[in-house]
Design a protein around this ligand. Structure first.
Ligand SMILES: Nc1ncnc2c1ncn2[C@@H]1O[C@H](COP(=O)(O)OP(=O)(O)OP(=O)(O)O)[C@@H](O)[C@H]1O
Length: 593
């Protein structure tokens, strides 16, 4: 059976698999069962709120579905009347026409209700999927920074895409299954009514379903999860390689990288084939079993017709109702198969939805009065290696503090703690004597303008990047600021379309120094009470750097500034205090007069 399915599926992928690949696939198939996935219907509770919102549409769509499913139920019985009572009996042409018209109306009505059902379910399904995708996106943005240290962008994009699989729960499939159950019971009743012995013969195929379903559904669950996880991981890799295309080209490693990715795609293709084989196995099994059931009915019913205990019309009605018995059996059996991939998607989406968000405080802080204090702060990213040790530091409002130290000494980490991107492992940080942990994140971060080491700019205009914190700001206000900083000329000369210049993805169309200046303007336009420059002027030429420092010194007197640099700053700058950091410890603090 495995071999037949393999050859059926092989055509779908139009690929010739080597003997080794074939053997590997067969081994995978045999060994899939032990890795049974633990999935439960309990996770469905996260879908309930979405379901409740659309309950009205769901009920209407379900009613249409029920009507379209049951409206043609009398047709086989009417056919029996036509054959036994009209054609072989009264030969009443008028009654024949009337019965045919009734059957035609029933078919047309079914088609109209079915079309409306499809439309309503698709609309409902798509609306919920769009909401779920946006919710997941929002959730991902609210996850702690430590999450981003591990997850790759492409991987996360794939996980958002997996929401499509949840559409199953809002489709007509679930209601159809209930209807099919009703249909099954009704058909069973009709069949027993027409010929109970023949009905028992028709039902004799049922135990075989159980035998086939058990081993196959466990395998399909595992392989579905495996395909989704491998695809998401591979997408993470692909996205990273495309982002890092410059490095790949400069190191001339295109072939190596392409081979690596090809290996990943082939592995997924192999798993997809395996998944397809399982589906094909089941579908072929289904078709054969139903055909055999039909033949059993023909054999047994034929004998009854020959010995005169069963009419031809009853036989035709019986086979039509038998279809209504086998159809639901088939779809109830397949349901087991289709629900597992959807449950796997649900489990994976829930994993992210249930992750803890960034820890939030409740206090909204007003304008800074006192300043920032680090008290006995220790920090480690991995819980083992200490990155910061016993940090005690006071930064008063309006003070300009430089943090100087060699690479890896913990300067940026200190700032990350201040921004509450991470929590101190020990000790506390206070702003105006309020524990940082108790402050509302947005209230804290709104106060801080930062130009970080690795700045990120959006693929948008210079204007939209500069005014990111305040999109309603006018060009006039931006130009005034540029003039005040003596950077207007620089911007007009540097960017061919002025504020309308598109800077490209991550600022590829502009120079490193220009990007830093845009990031600096972006931070300034936020009107920050605390300005942090993390090696912000490293790529900026001395002339512009002087202008920036002059602006800070003269126009940002009340703003608290933290300037990070690996080298000592010249003594005559505006700095009030220099903090020397080495191996995560403050080794010296020099206060300027
Ligand atoms: N997200 C992270 N996860 C684990 N370790 C990290 C992480 N970020 C930084 N580190 C480690 O923490 C230490 C301090 O890094 P940090 O970036 O704070 O140093 P820095 O003084 O700003 O260095 P540089 O001058 O090179 O920017 C380094 O050993 C670094 O490898």
């Amino acid at each position: 059976m495995f071999i037949i399915s393999f050859y059926l599926v092989k055509n779908k992928y139009r690929k010739n698999y080597t003997k080794r690949e074939f053997i590997k696939m067969k081994e995978d198939f045999n060994f899939l069962t032990p890795k049974k996935e633990d999935i439960s219907l309990a996770k469905l509770k996260i879908l309930l709120p979405y379901f409740k919102i659309h309950l009205g549409s769901f009920v209407i769509a379900s009613i249409f579905l029920i009507i379209s499913s049951f409206i043609t139920i009398p047709v086989p019985y009417l056919t029996k009347i036509v054959i036994d009572k009209v054609l072989l009996g009264s030969k009443n042409a008028k009654l024949l026409v009337n019965l045919v018209i009734i059957m035609a109306i029933l078919h047309i009505a079914r088609s109209i209700f079915s079309g409306m059902t499809q439309y309503l379910f698709t609309k409902l399904n798509q609306e919920i999927i769009a909401t779920l995708k946006s919710e997941l996106f929002k959730k991902i943005l609210k996850l702690p920074f430590s999450f981003y240290d591990q997850a790759q962008t492409g991987y996360l994009l794939s996980r958002i895409g997996e929401i499509e699989g949840l559409g199953f729960f809002f489709s007509s499939t679930l209601v159809s299954q209930l209807i099919r159950l009703g249909e099954f019971i009704f058909a069973l009743f009709m069949l027993f009514y027409l010929n109970w012995k023949l009905t028992l013969v028709a039902l004799s195929i049922l135990p075989f379903y159980y035998l086939a379903l058990k081993p196959l559904s466990q395998r399909i669950t595992y392989i579905t999860k495996d395909v989704l996880e491998s695809s998401a991981k591979l997408m993470g890799k692909v996205q990273e390689r495309i982002s890092g295309a410059e490095v790949i080209k400069l190191f001339a490693t295109e072939e190596r990288e392409a081979m690596e990715i090809e290996k990943g795609f082939k592995e997924i293709s192999r798993k997809n084939v395996l998944q397809s084989i399982i589906f094909t196995l089941f579908s072929e099994f289904n078709i054969t079993l139903i055909a055999l059931g039909g033949l059993l009915i023909l054999w047994r019913g034929g004998l009854d017709i020959i010995n005169g205990s069963f009419t031809l019309g009853s036989y035709i009605a019986f086979t039509a109702y038998a279809q209504r018995l086998y159809g639901p059996i088939q779809s109830l059996a397949t349901f087991n198969f289709t629900i597992y991939p959807a449950l796997v998607s649900l489990k994976r989406v829930t994993e992210i939805m249930e992750m803890a968000k960034e820890e939030e405080g409740e206090i909204t802080i007003n304008k800074l009065k006192e300043g920032i204090s680090f008290v006995n702060v220790y920090f480690s990213y991995d819980g083992k290696n200490k990155v910061l040790e016993n940090i005690n530091l006071d930064i008063k409002v309006g003070e300009k503090v430089a943090i100087v130290g060699p690479n890896g000494s913990g300067k940026t980490t200190l700032i990350r703690l201040l921004l509450r991107m991470y929590k101190p492992s020990e000790g506390k940080i206070f702003i105006d004597s309020i524990d940082l942990g108790k402050i509302k994140l947005s209230s804290l971060r709104e106060k801080i303008g930062i130009v970080s080491q690795n700045i990120f700019l959006f693929n948008d205009t210079v204007r939209n990047n500069i005014s990111y914190a305040n999109p309603n700001i006018s060009d006039n206000e931006i130009n005034n600021l540029l003039k005040e900083m003596d950077l207007y000329q620089f911007l007009m000369e540097g960017f061919p379309n002025g504020l309308d210049t598109i800077i490209g993805e991550r600022g590829v169309k502009t120079s490193g120094g220009q990007n830093k200046i845009i990031a600096f303007l972006r931070a300034i336009l936020k009107n920050p009470e605390i300005l942090i420059l993390d090696e912000a002027t490293s790529e900026i030429d001395t002339r512009v750097e002087e202008k920036i420092f002059k602006f800070i010194k003269e126009k940002m007197k009340d703003t608290t500034c933290v300037i990070i640099t690996p080298k000592d700053l010249p003594k005559e700058t505006f700095i009030n205090k220099i903090v020397y950091l080495e191996n995560g410890k403050i080794v010296n603090i020099v206060t300027m007069i």
